[in-house]
Write a protein that binds this ligand. Structure first.
Ligand code: FES
Length: 556
């Protein structure tokens, strides 16, 4: 202690300052990360809140991940950020920690790390960017990025327009302005009680975001005094609330992987079949892109997440303690009376009658696969078609736009080897592009199946997270072009119509993934230890023994 004090006094701190609760602030600012461009402002506001409450704020850096600048994929690095966060919290003296994150993988990584470290923690998100304007249309990253790029590929948009819209898609700092992964994770972390009420949707550039940061600093001192560690907040009931909200917001498919990983850090397993049953009684209520029409700043003006939870409060565990010391029910009671708006629908008038995500099983997905049914084409939800198979991302890049590719609009596109080990890192390549020759004929959607992920901002009839992945011997790796695949979302099934004997023959001839000789460092750690989608793509050594399972079949 004598040495520690001597060194920190080198920064000019007094004995009085050092006698206060120490509140760590995880700084994830990076010049590569526009989603975190407001982090310096937020740190200043958090520090103000900490000092107003009598604490000593101490910021420290961790790595930062941006979706566009994390090669080979940000998912490959999420567990590295979780380890960094966990060990820096553990290594340095702090009574509680404020986690400032926002871009897709950062919030799950921070919660995973904090849950494992077991130190009182509160999340603050950077908040969504504003929406932009292009020739009279509102636009926002990144649902509209995909729409405009698809139009450009189809020859509907010229070089000048694609260049013009590029200036408008990300009009400010902050996270993607639709219900993509970042917005979804912000909503889920608020729903599970690890973030202040109504703090998921306040835009990054508003004064309100800074006030939330100040308040977060104040609460960080309170949780330090109460020693309110994440396991007190992230209970099975609180995580069930988050699952329920995921369904009601039509949230990103990535969130199911992240929620599984976050819960797993506390020995809580997510049962995807039970989650699917939960979806049958939880309609999508939020009219936001990519499932609907609006943007995150509209959701905030409509009342934010509390407005959504108010609509489904009969489905929530209202007695759960949240980070501000009040229960979820008390927080919802304190919200303003609802006002007329058209972003959050009522139970009588949902955007989609069931939950946004459905869980599939079958001989093509022995451990399961998922589909975002609220963003799929209704006519394709029960579809049988001929498989057109791509064996890897390289194969896809080489052939997808080949004018001679043997493909029809009714076919099913299959992309193999983009799972956790196969790619590696399970990239967001599950949104297989419509082959250019079909796009030019006006084809907008086809059934597409892979063992990878998809951006939360994307839409289409896309089956994802097929497990086990092709690289480790999953049946997806046995599909050949010309096979027939049957997708039946209402029956929750994904079936490959090939004789068992033929599948066995193909399996015998299949070469399985091995860690390439000479692989060192983090890549080796990743390849040797990463788990499949149903275990959250976490590392085997980061998950304790699973002692509880959610959602439970009893009660809500
Ligand atoms: Fe950061 Fe979308 S790129 S939230």
């Amino acid at each position: 202690m004598f040495l520690r004090k001597a060194f920190i006094k080198g920064l000019g701190l007094s004995d009085d300052a050092l006698s206060r609760p120490v509140i760590g602030i995880a700084n994830t600012f990076s010049g590569y990360n526009a989603c975190h461009g407001n982090v310096p402002d937020l740190i200043e506001a958090v520090k103000r809140g900490v000092m107003l409450a009598g604490g000593l704020p101490v910021e420290f850096p961790t790595i930062s991940l941006h979706e566009s600048f994390a090669y080979p994929t940000s998912m490959y690095l999420r567990n590295l950020m979780a380890m960094d966060t966990e060990e820096m919290i553990r290594a340095q003296p702090m009574d509680s920690v404020v986690l400032i994150g926002g871009c897709d993988k950062t919030v799950p990584a921070q919660i995973m790390g904090a849950a494992s470290a077991g130190v009182p923690a509160i999340q603050l998100v950077t908040g969504p960017m504003l929406s932009g304007s292009h020739r009279g249309q509102r636009v926002g990253a990144c649902t509209d990025c995909r729409r405009f790029w698809a139009g450009y590929r189809a020859g509907e948009i010229n070089d000048q327009e694609i260049s013009d819209v590029n200036d408008q898609l990300v009009p400010s700092v902050g996270t993607c302005g639709v219900m993509g992964t970042a917005s979804t994770m912000a909503c889920l972390v608020e729903a599970m009680g690890m973030m202040l009420p109504n703090s998921a949707s306040a835009p990054a550039v508003l004064a309100e975001r800074r006030r939330l940061a100040e308040q977060t600093g104040e609460v960080a001192v309170q949780i330090a005094e109460k020693q309110l560690t994440p396991d007190h907040i992230m209970t099975p009931e609180a995580l069930e609330n988050a699952l329920r909200v995921l369904l009601a917001i039509g949230g990103s498919t990535n969130a199911i992987i992240h929620l599984t990983a976050m819960a797993g850090r506390l020995g809580i397993d997510v049962d995807l079949e039970a989650f699917d049953k939960m979806g049958r009684t939880t309609p999508v209520l939020v009219n936001l892109k990519p499932s609907g029409q609006h943007y995150m700043d509209d959701l905030h003006r409509a009342g934010g997440l509390p407005r959504i939870m108010h609509e489904i409060r009969h489905l929530l565990h209202l007695d759960q303690m949240t980070i501000n010391g009040r229960t979820l029910g008390e927080n919802l009671d304190a919200m303003a009376e609802p006002w007329p708006q058209d972003v959050v629908r009522t139970l009588d008038d949902p955007v989609y009658a069931e939950g946004g995500i459905a869980f599939l099983k079958g001989n093509l997905a022995l451990e399961g696969a998922i589909i975002k049914q609220s963003a799929a084409t209704p006519e394709l939800m029960s579809h049988s078609g001929r498989a057109v198979v791509f064996s890897s991302l390289e194969d896809l890049a080489a052939r997808i736009d080949d004018p001679d590719l043997d493909v029809n609009p009714d076919d099913i596109l299959v992309l193999q080897n983009i799972g956790p080990k196969g790619a590696p890192g399970m990239p967001e390549a599950g949104l297989i592009p419509i082959p250019q020759k079909l796009a030019r004929q006006g084809v907008k959607d086809m059934v597409r199946i892979s063992d990878g992920r998809m951006s939360g901002t994307a839409s289409g009839t896309i089956v994802l997270h097929t497990s086990p992945e092709a690289a480790v011997g999953g049946p997806l790796g046995l599909v050949r072009s010309g096979d027939t695949i049957r997708l039946d979302v209402p029956a929750r099934s994904l079936h490959l119509d090939v004789e068992e004997a033929e599948l066995a023959r193909r399996k015998d001839a299949q070469s399985l993934f091995t860690v390439p000789a000479g692989t060192t460092g983090y890549r080796r750690l990743f390849l040797e230890n990463v788990l499949q989608a149903e275990a959250g793509v976490d590392f085997s050594f980061s998950r304790p023994e699973m002692k509880r399972k959610i959602p439970r079949q009893s009660g809500k």
